[in-house]
Design a binder for this molecule. Sequence first.
Ligand code: ZN
Length: 372
Amino acid sequence: MDATLICPSCGAQYPEDDIVWRCRCGSFLDISYDYTFNPSQLKGVENFLRYSSVLPLRDPDGAVTFGEKFTPLHPMVFYGVPVRAKMDFLLTTGSFKDRGAFLMINKCRELGIRRIVEDSSGNSACSVAAYSALAGIEAHIFMPAGNSSAKTVQVRTYGATLHKVPGNRSDCARAAEEAAKDSYYAAHTWNPYFLHGTKTIIYEIMEQSLWQTPGYIFIPVGSGSQFLGVWLGLQEMRKAGIIGEYPRLMAVQSEHCCPLKHYLQGEETPELPKAPILPEGIAIRRPVRLTQIIQAVQETQGEVITVSDRDIVEALKASARQGVFIEPTSAAAVAALKQYRGRLTLSDKVVVSLTGHGLKASARMEEILENR
Ligand SMILES: [Zn+2]
């Protein structure tokens, strides 16, 4: 199907063959395209392409994939709250970002793009590097110099060129934008195709729930690429008459970096601390799509929750004691459940998103275990 890029700020439109990553007015772009969705017509194996009728690809059958399958929706209990944990850390590179990279890189391939630039705190860089390797696209990844070594090693091993940038995420984004002047800026924070890839998680959750809508979905939020993907998919399913009420979308952030909370309070988010933030994947001071995230929270009667490092460490250990090894960013979503202890039961149908694998943060885990 053909898609049109649309600016939600000034209304400008661009055909998808225009290789643009943001509007000339400076805003991010969304995409518009025709789709139909009918669960009774789903067929074939349980993989990303199962939902190709809602994916903006011209030739889904020609897409490159790792043969990804559904990730488990696994029953766990945290702080006495029974939940189903969506185990997206089991995707090929160890995080949910594979869903977004799958679609974004396949779209680059359809558009004939041979060289891309991406900036990331880690997981999306790994996903973009892996799918670029699969698609034969040259990837240049910009990462903050102090990030988890496991992720930088992973990116380099996939054959991407790694550019370590001193400073924080903003410095990194600026360096990547500069480098993208002679290639395509495939930034997961800006790219609407990335979000249409991450939305496959909510189609899976719904299908695994026999199309019964969960009551709550707890998601760690940095740039919001999973949160907004879930929101996109829910809106599509509502339009298609599959769901009535939305689940409450619960946006979880670190108390050391909580731009959503500051926005709701009408405050400027302060500069981030110099020391690395424990849930590094959500340490994003100015999410590009912040207003869309807030809209999703409000329209689903969700909440913005902040969690402490102490609670994140406790949540990590609580998860591992149930045999599930996740990274601190994922544990933030689990930690948020502590604030709902005694208030949520099985009938609330709580889903918590486990976004990234613990093996990606082994060095930090060792510090935690040794109380450093
Ligand atoms: Zn615009």
